[in-house]
Write a protein that binds this ligand. Structure first.
Ligand SMILES: Cc1cc2nc3c(=O)[nH]c(=O)nc-3n(C[C@H](O)[C@H](O)[C@H](O)COP(=O)(O)OP(=O)(O)OC[C@H]3O[C@@H](n4cnc5c(N)ncnc54)[C@H](O)[C@@H]3O)c2cc1C
Length: 426
């Protein structure tokens, strides 16, 4: 029997929400865990998101109907989706992503994501409490806002799916929306209040609180860049930029948008290539006008932004505006056009002070062709475990990913069906 099959020692690469969740869940099962990141924990994608944890996220972007809407999306691109020429470097992802916009894939993906989201929500609640930061969670749902009746009608298919899954929602007309969020301008004819949803007031602070919990329970945190992995007769080595090698019986790659390129650099993709794409998104912070507040994140569908009430690192109130999708190469420089459009739209519905200087941020949602994260052991590479590709919902689904991975690694019965997430599907 190989060491990786008996040893309960593991190194987790990447300290975003997904890696930290894997570390916590493995530690809870008695594994001795080292967490490695080139930065402090929670400084990348898991920092910049909108902090929404919602069952409505079971709906992937590539769904039936996408093909019919595609010509209009390409000919008259709206603020929701910008495509830059460098996106073509990921044409294989794009093609496969579109190919999965069919009923059969949609059915598997929605069921799988719903299971992962529910497992994650329960786990988040338990961990927030354990880390003494449960006050960061707001159980007030989130709002999808429609400017006119035709926009509301175009969302009927999504609402039907949410109903099928029993996601608690309430349709609001303009007066009931006004009663719920009195500071919003009367710019919306309808809203969907997704009640099976919560949000946090500072995603980075939550990741850091989970890491503090992990360290308190005896976990190790190492700050180092990882440039390659090497398979050993027994176990794995990860390599740092100085050529230093670090042996471990088991390794988890949870480096979000950087995961697949580490596998490529390590020439570990013989029988396995995910073909990841990057749905980039921006954020900008605003100081709220005194007395003006939102009780929950809002998603303005025509303005193509989410506005989330949050706290900055000093505990002051801020509004974080996040944008729709920009398809581009992961590392291409930023283009502020989408942010500017979103800001113009947001200012029409909520009074806000000026943008917080230096707050502009760009991140890349790491997306697999079928919109399902990769969770499980890499094919033909015993001891190499994968947890990446969480697209728009990795902040919410990190904890469920950690629980599922820890069950698979501990050879236990799993809380949810692992097959839709298995790396073998690629
Ligand atoms: C605009 C926007 C809004 C979003 N809103 C939401 C939301 O409301 N709810 C939600 O659930 N999700 C949301 N998401 C998605 C979510 O943020 C991501 O799915 C999630 O953060 C991915 O987490 P991760 O741990 O996989 O990646 P990351 O958080 O990016 O972590 C990867 C880690 O790997 C480290 N790393 C990278 N390369 C190396 C290396 N070579 N060596 C060592 N370490 C390395 C990085 O430093 C980083 O800490 C949003 C994303 C964006 C962009």
């Amino acid at each position: 029997m190989n060491l990786f099959e008996t040893s309960r020692q593991v190194t987790v690469l990447g300290a975003g929400m997904v890696g930290v969740s894997c570390a916590l869940a493995l530690q809870a099962k008695g594994w001795s865990v080292t967490l490695v990141d080139q930065q402090a924990p929670g400084e990348e994608t898991s920092h910049g998101n909108a902090g929404v944890i919602s069952r409505s996220s079971l709906l992937p972007f590539n769904r039936p109907g996408l093909w019919q809407n595609l010509p209009a999306m390409l000919l008259r691109p709206g603020p929701n989706l910008k495509i830059r020429p460098s996106a073509l470097s990921h044409w294989q992802w794009l093609w496969r992503f579109l190919w999965h916009a069919k009923r059969s894939s949609f059915e598997v993906t929605t069921v799988a994501l719903d299971g992962l989201i529910q497992l994650s929500s329960d786990t988040h609640r338990a961990w927030l409490k354990k880390a003494h930061v449960e006050s960061r969670l707001r159980d007030t749902g989130w709002l999808w806002l429609y400017a006119h009746a035709a926009a509301f009608e175009s969302g009927a298919a999504s609402r039907e799916v949410l109903q099928e899954f029993g996601v608690a929602c309430e349709v609001l007309n303009a007066p009931s929306l006004q009663a719920l969020e009195p500071h919003l301008a009367p710019a919306f004819s309808h809203a969907l209040w997704v009640k099976d949803a919560a949000s946090v007031d500072n995603p980075r602070a939550v990741v850091k609180a989970y890491v503090a919990q992990f360290l308190e329970a005896g976990g190790q945190l190492v700050q180092s860049k990882v440039i390659a992995l090497q398979q050993q007769p027994s176990g794995w080595q990860w390599v740092n930029p100085d050529g230093g090698v670090h042996w471990t019986p088991n390794i988890v790659v949870a480096m979000g948008p950087w995961s697949e390129c580490l596998l490529e650099a390590s020439q570990l993709q013989n029988n396995f290539k995910v073909n990841m794409g990057f749905e980039r998104g921006y954020h900008r912070h605003f100081q709220p006008v005194e007395g003006v507040r939102l009780g929950r994140p809002i998603y303005d569908l025509s303005g193509a932004y989410v506005l989330s009430p949050m706290k900055d690192e000093q505990g002051a109130d801020i509004l974080r505006m996040t944008t729709g999708v920009e398809l581009a190469a992961r590392d291409e420089g930023s283009n502020l056009q989408q942010l500017e459009c979103a800001e113009n739209a947001a200012r029409r519905v909520l009074p806000m002070k000026s943008a917080v200087p230096g707050s502009d941020w760009l991140g890349a949602r790491p997306t697999t062709p079928d919109s399902r994260p990769v969770i499980g052991e890499a094919p033909n590479a015993p001891g190499l475990w994968l947890a990446f590709g969480h697209q728009h919902i990795g902040f919410s689904t990190g904890p469920g990913t950690g629980v599922l991975l820890s069950e698979l690694m501990s050879k236990e019965a799993t809380s949810i069906d692992p097959r839709p997430f298995a790396p073998q599907r690629f």
